[in-house]
Design a protein around this ligand. Sequence first.
Ligand code: FAD
Ligand code: SF4
Ligand code: SF4
Length: 461
Amino acid sequence: MANMCPNKTPVAEQDPKIRARNFKEVTLGYTAEEAINEAQRCLNCKTKPCIEGCPVKVRIPEFIAKVAEGEFEEAYDIITTTNGLPAVCGRVCPQESQCEERCVRGIKNEPVAIGRLERFCADYMLNKGNREINPTKSNGHKVAVVGSGPAGLSCAGDLAKLGYEVTIFEAFHTAGGVLMYGIPEFRLPKAIVQHEIENLKKLGVKIMTNMVIGKVLSVDELLDDGFEAIFVGSGAGLPRFMGIKGEGLIGVYSANEYLTRINLMKAYLDDYDTPINKSKVVAVVGGGNVAMDAARSAMRLGAEKVYVVYRRSLDEMPARKEEVHHAMEEGIEFLVLTNPLKVIGDQNSKVIGLECTKMELGEPDNTGRRSPKAISGSNHVLDVDSVIMSIGTSPNPLIKSTTTGLETNRRGCLIVNQEMKTTKSGVYAGGDAVTGAATVILAMGAGKTAANSIDEYIRNK
Ligand code: FAD
Ligand code: SF4
Ligand code: SF4
């Protein structure tokens, strides 16, 4: 008998006042009892629309049925036939616009909490202890993967399971991509990401860190070196700036740099002396997930006041609703319909203010969103000592500029066909390097597609 409760089973969270000052995980996850209760809300629909909403087609009703029966290990096994990183996806997937958006229960009430259930299964297995992982016997073929974000990890994992000898080349000193350097600890504990990476190593994947492809070695050299195919999953880590006056002042960061200092270089831990502004009043410019992460991190580093400055209204804000809600609960102030004009500095070139104008929404532009227009005479100055620019990123041009025959579009994204094949023979690509900044699960889906295509390419060579 299904549980017809209209709302999702609530999940425990740290108190907003306490969590706004620590980096521990905000959402605590379901207990076994809560998970079973929530799983019983699933109607096991014949048409399974939820699966269509998932980019890697997790067999949702099947795994949820197992959770409802208390068969958590079986549920985990079903998820991992198509999703290699369930602990990550259960936490950070934008479920409200993917699997949960299509859930039949969501038509009149709240959808089934698919993400929370996926996270529960992954955490259950993590707590249960390691399972034995046996590498597949080598088929003698070598493949290189550039970048160890979700795209690279998922491509490497699938190829290793097919018997390929896979080496990941990662520019940073730690593998994981944005999962390690971007998304903060309070949303995605780093131990979870590292556990997934250890599992990949047990499959036989080699990871070489501090290897900037395009500087230490080029893609062409990797091909000459015996790698029969290459997957480029180098992400979109090049920050954009507004091009306004004062962006070079001390105290202006890109969100990527700010978050990298905090997450990867552990600026939030007292026993690390990573340089970062311990700011009192911070303005974060932008309205995406990255802006929410930067604002909430600034609060946790001890800021007295944190503003999110966004030029459209809350309705247009691209960040996940849950993240906006969490940020508001933690005391972040949202200055919507507000656009920065100039960063103001003192005689020591340190930030002391951000001049802004108020905006109003006009007619929809070609993206369908109403374009913001400045309201004349509404200029005002926010007294801030740090400004974090979070208005988007694009792929770094290094790999394209050091590889022969690799084409990009005008946004600098690598051009691929449906099989994730680039314009250069033997070279495949996926994730943010191809789409521009997107999502973890889309990057993983691209990595999977590329692994299949690489397998076919090498077998037919
Ligand atoms: P990345 O994760 O960027 O990984 C690319 C890797 O390649 C990096 O490790 C990089 O160091 C390495 N690399 C780059 N150039 C080279 C080179 N020349 N040689 C060797 N290595 C190289 N998505 C969600 O779904 N949910 C969220 O909640 C969410 N929050 C986010 C928060 C932040 C702060 C950010 C920045 C992004 C967020 N995203 C979120 C987006 C998501 O993380 C990305 O879409 C995803 O990580 C893309 O995966 P990827 O593997 O393509 O690239
Ligand atoms: Fe939903 Fe993401 Fe899991 Fe797919 S991987 S079912 S989109 S939470
Ligand atoms: Fe269950 Fe919702 Fe999927 Fe139906 S659409 S099977 S209720 S998760």
